[in-house]
Write a protein that binds this ligand. Structure first.
Ligand code: SF4
Length: 312
């Protein structure tokens, strides 16, 4: 296999074979994201992708590949006929494969007809990861996501109607102190309308090199303290109505791990939040330090990467 640049995948695809169908993100406008800033977006020639599948098969000749993730940022931008061809090749080289998944940008999903999505599902595209980030239009606009909450709902419902599994990511604290209520209530509205199989919460980490990092330094966004993030999550849990959706907030960026199945385990999740509040010995006046510490840690990590890069 050949990989170009840093390759990102959802945490649950840790054991998957990753094949780059596209390079980078076609939009690349989100102010908090620096994942694909170093890449110029393009769709790879299909023959190259098939060559990668052949190479992977040789490499994993004795290992069963159960899952394939088609990277990078938004594989659904690829024409449906080309996607169908690649899905067919995935199954040809890896007949044992049980799940193929992609990141799906809402606008790309909306450009596909329900019939096309059904065709993709029937050809083996089982799961779509969508970055909602926030269900509040104020926040989506502020972070330049380029999509509205209603478009998110339409896209998510379309993928679910095609029979695919949907996993949605929300970023705690993305609206800062100004929009935390809108963020919690708007995200609950979108998740209630889509009722995805999975919803995962990350917590905002402002990374150097992003537009949001500069906004933070200019004082244009005030980060939530850990306690405020809990308040925001609690408001989301109390407001959401998505029976059967698996809620997880256990990414490395989260202050505390939370999880349960909505709606029936809402009380369990609220109990986890309350227990965390009570156990926390962190005084509210230390919270500002905590957010500063988060930024400091990010800066330190980046510096370490730069130093390692220089020493190579
Ligand atoms: S968050 Fe997603 S859509 Fe936005 S720039 Fe990053 S990869 Fe692209």
């Amino acid at each position: 296999m050949r990989y170009e640049g840093t390759v990102y995948r959802p945490p649950s695809e840790a054991g998957s074979l990753i094949i780059q169908l596209t390079i980078g993100c076609a939009r690349n406008t989100c102010t908090f994201c620096n994942m694909y800033k170093d890449k110029k977006f393009r769709i790879r020639p299909l023959e190259e992708v098939v060559e990668d599948l052949a190479m992977a098969r040789k490499y994993y000749s004795r290992i069963k590949v159960r899952r394939i993730f088609l990277a990078d940022g938004d594989a659904l931008i690829v024409k449906t006929e080309d996607l169908l061809y690649i899905l067919e090749k995935c199954h040809e080289y890896f007949p044992e494969c049980e799940r193929i998944s992609v990141y799906g940008a809402p606008k790309d999903i909306l450009h596909k007809t329900p019939e096309e999505l059904k065709q993709l599902k029937d050809a083996g595209l089982d799961m779509v990861y969508m970055g909602l980030e926030s269900g509040a239009d104020e926040v989506l606009k502020f972070v330049k996501k380029g999509v509205t909450s209603d478009e998110m709902i339409e896209a998510g419902q379309k993928v679910r109607a095609a029979g695919m599994t949907v996993s949605i990511t929300v970023i705690s604290g993305l609206g800062g102190k100004q929009y935390w209520r809108e963020h919690a209530l708007g995200s609950a509205r979108v998740i209630s309308a889509i009722k995805p199989e999975y919803v995962g919460f990350l917590t905002l980490m402002i990374e150097p090199g992003t537009e949001m990092y500069d906004q933070y330094n200019r004082g244009e966004i005030e980060l939530l303290t850990p306690h405020e993030v809990l308040d925001e999550t609690e408001l989301f849990i109390r407001s959401v109505d998505a029976e059967g959706t698996m809620f997880r907030s256990n990414h490395a960026s989260n202050y505390i791990p939370l999880g349960g199945t909505l709606n029936r385990e809402k009380d369990v999740i609220l109990g986890q939040i309350e227990t965390s509040r009570q156990r926390s010995n962190v005084q509210r006046h230390l919270n500002k330090e905590s957010t500063d510490l988060r930024l400091w840690a990010t800066e330190a990590c980046l510096q370490a990467h730069i130093d390692i890069g220089r020493s190579r």
